[in-house]
Design a binder for this molecule. Structure first.
Ligand SMILES: Nc1ncnc2c1ncn2[C@@H]1O[C@H](COP(=O)(O)OP(=O)(O)OP(=O)(O)O)[C@@H](O)[C@H]1O
Ligand SMILES: [Mg+2]
Length: 322
């Protein structure tokens, strides 16, 4: 039950980029939290919802209970469950037909991390909550409105948990996603303050690509302009992640964002023009690429930026690559 949940110490990430646009939405979120309201970052894939949710939660300063929406999750998974059943098999090496099975049943109730978050006043970050079935999320209705979490009788005690005054909840979801996503009950939406996110402005995307890859401002700018042009014209939706992938590949191969560079062109085709399978995507990309010209002195700005970003890339590179 707990595999999909994590309890993490709140600590702002050193690689988090905060431009005026990000600071503005983070402050809005913070002020709703201060008033005790649960918030919900809603927006397309790759706009930075999860990163921002974790950042806002970290700034809030309480430990974070992280939960991922999942089709398989049930309401009882969210509150807790019985655990402690063990079965032993003993195979006799001398008399092969002897197989002794020993069952040990010492079941006891284990609270889920949502329950602990409610009880101890932690910050619940529920990422992609619409991937869970609406009935699984029903238990949150009374948590968010009445400050009470109903518990099954088998747990013993009062049959409910009172929600700690420091408890806060931050949700994320992607309204455009349709595979594996459930329509959420109005009652839950009604309890959340939804902050709609769209792709960040160009300066913010450039700052993030720079921070995550170590590219200089000019090159990161060129990569981000390509990504944004494909987003606007090619009918695909490359996000910040595409810019980060291209930037890291440039760094890995120690090569330049330049239209005359075959390797760069190939990386751009792979990352930006292949996923939707449309022939016109490549034509749009070719046209956009013409504007990418690397000039001497427009590369990595300082050794310090380069080193920090390469370290970050190395730390994160074995994860989801972004
Ligand atoms: N403020 C930021 N500072 C640094 N990196 C960021 C920031 N915002 C987003 N990113 C990076 O951009 C990428 C996409 O961000 P994130 O995963 O938060 O998007 P998302 O909206 O949650 O996407 P999805 O809907 O697919 O889950 C990640 O690699 C993340 O590290
Ligand atoms: Mg996310």
């Amino acid at each position: 039950m707990d595999e999909m949940m994590m309890l993490i110490e709140a600590e702002p990430s050193p690689t988090f980029v905060e431009t005026p646009q990000i600071a503005q939405i983070a402050e809005r979120a913070q002020s709703y939290l201060q008033c005790g309201f649960p918030i919900h970052f809603s927006g397309p894939s790759g706009v930075g919802k999860t990163t921002l949710a974790l950042h806002v939660a970290a700034r809030w300063g309480r430990p974070i209970a992280l939960l991922f929406g999942d089709e398989q999750q049930s309401s009882s998974d969210l509150v807790g469950g019985m655990s402690g059943y063990r079965r032993h098999y003993l195979m006799d090496n001398f008399i092969r037909s002897v197989l002794k099975t020993e069952d040990e049943l010492t079941q006891r109730w284990t609270d889920s991390r949502v329950t602990r978050a409610c009880q101890q006043g932690l910050t619940l970050v529920y990422d992609e909550f619409t991937r869970s079935r609406p009935e699984a999320n029903n238990m949150l209705l009374s948590v968010l409105e009445e400050g009470v979490l109903a518990m099954p009788a088998i747990r013993g005690g009062a049959g409910y948990v009172e929600v700690h005054p420091s408890f806060r909840a931050i949700f994320t979801s992607n309204p455009k996603e349709y595979a594996g996503v459930h329509a959420t009950q109005d009652a839950l939406y009604d309890r959340l303050v939804t902050l709609t996110m769209d792709y960040y402005d160009q300066d913010t995307e450039v700052a993030i690509v720079q921070a995550k890859t170590g590219l200089g401002a000019e090159e990161a700018g060129c990569v981000v302009r390509l990504v944004r042009e494909m987003r606007d014209k090619a009918g695909s939706a490359p996000s910040l992640r595409a810019g980060i992938v291209i930037g890291r590949m440039l760094r890995l191969h120690d090569t330049r964002a330049d239209a005359g560079n075959g390797l760069f062109r190939q990386i751009c085709i792979d990352v930006l023009a292949s996923s939707n399978g449309r022939a016109e995507s490549k034509a749009i990309l070719e046209k956009a690429l013409k504007r990418c010209r690397w000039k001497k002195g427009s590369g990595i700005e300082t050794a310090a930026v380069q080193t920090a970003a390469v370290q970050t890339a190395a730390q994160e590179g074995n994860g989801n690559g972004t």
